[in-house]
Ligand binder design. Structure first.
Ligand SMILES: [Zn+2]
Length: 51
């Protein structure tokens, strides 16, 4: 089993930081920030460093 891959999304507009998995990341890129609705780009996603 592989551990789920997560990303940290930080909204450029409302500065909300959200931990997301791959499907949620794709959703954010498609529909924008779930909090304020701002457009989301790849650059707003950060992969946490490997433990
Ligand atoms: Zn936002």
């Amino acid at each position: 089993m592989t551990s789920p891959r997560t990303h940290t999304f930080v909204c450029p507009e409302c500065r909300r930081s959200i931990e997301v998995d791959d499907p949620m990341r794709a959703t954010l890129l498609d529909v924008g920030c779930v909090v304020c609705g701002a457009p989301v780009t790849e650059g707003d996603m950060a992969d946490p460093p490997p433990a």
